[in-house]
Design a protein around this ligand. Structure first.
Ligand SMILES: [Zn+2]
Length: 208
């Protein structure tokens, strides 16, 4: 084999084998509905091409760390989101911050089996939108998760996070620019979802 052919052969091998060996790695918590807490953490490591359809979410995002990117802004602690939506969300947060909306804390990527049907032991079996890095919680201390809440009223019952204070500037409301801007990039607000729960901190492709 001539030297040029050898180099070509090595290049092709590096390209092919490099693509084949793309590895998906992530750690996911498991939520148990009987104990009402995280009971387990599973570590997943497999070839990216072996991902199941349940591991591919909105915008083609997956729980694999290789698909997540860190957003670092001077006014927030760093957090991760799916690389396919991260640039849009980053731009939006900068705009909101410059317009004076207080961003106190943000949670993005957080893999967990916390949705869907339960197994015989009460463990949830489906990955949440946070698992794919396509959901984002903003100012949870002012925008709690409520049940008994078909629409916002005094009987809504706080389940998680802090109670809403409508007079506080960091509280998200249906006419907040944040809600419109998120909708423009394909993320619905959890304060407007159907059903008994309202997740006022939460934005995701379907609002859940
Ligand atoms: Zn959330």
């Amino acid at each position: 084999m001539g030297i040029k052919k050898k180099i070509l052969f090595l290049c092709v091998m590096t390209y092919c084998c490099g693509a084949q060996s793309k590895v998906c790695h992530y750690k996911s918590t498991v939520w148990n509905t009987r104990l009402n807490k995280v009971v387990n953490t599973i570590i997943v490591e497999k070839d990216y091409s072996k991902l199941k359809s349940a591991e591919i979410g909105a915008f083609g995002c997956t729980p694999c760390l290789v698909d997540q990117t860190e957003i670092k802004l001077p006014f927030l602690p760093p957090f991760k989101l799916c690389k396919y939506i991260a640039p849009k969300v980053e731009k939006l947060l900068i705009q909101i911050h410059e317009e004076g909306f207080p961003l106190n804390n943000v949670i993005g990527y957080r893999p967990g089996l916390s949705k869907g049907p339960t197994d015989s032991e009460g463990n949830r079996t489906k990955l949440s939108n946070h698992s794919f890095g396509v959901a984002i919680d903003i100012n949870s201390e002012l925008n709690g998760l409520y049940d008994n809440c078909k629409s916002w009223n005094s009987k809504c019952r706080l389940v998680k996070g802090g109670s809403r204070k409508l007079s506080s500037p960091g509280t998200i409301q249906k006419n907040s620019p944040l809600v419109f801007l998120m909708r423009d990039i394909g993320l619905k607000w959890g304060g407007e979802i159907a059903g008994n729960q309202k997740d006022f901190m939460h934005f995701s492709p379907n609002g859940y």
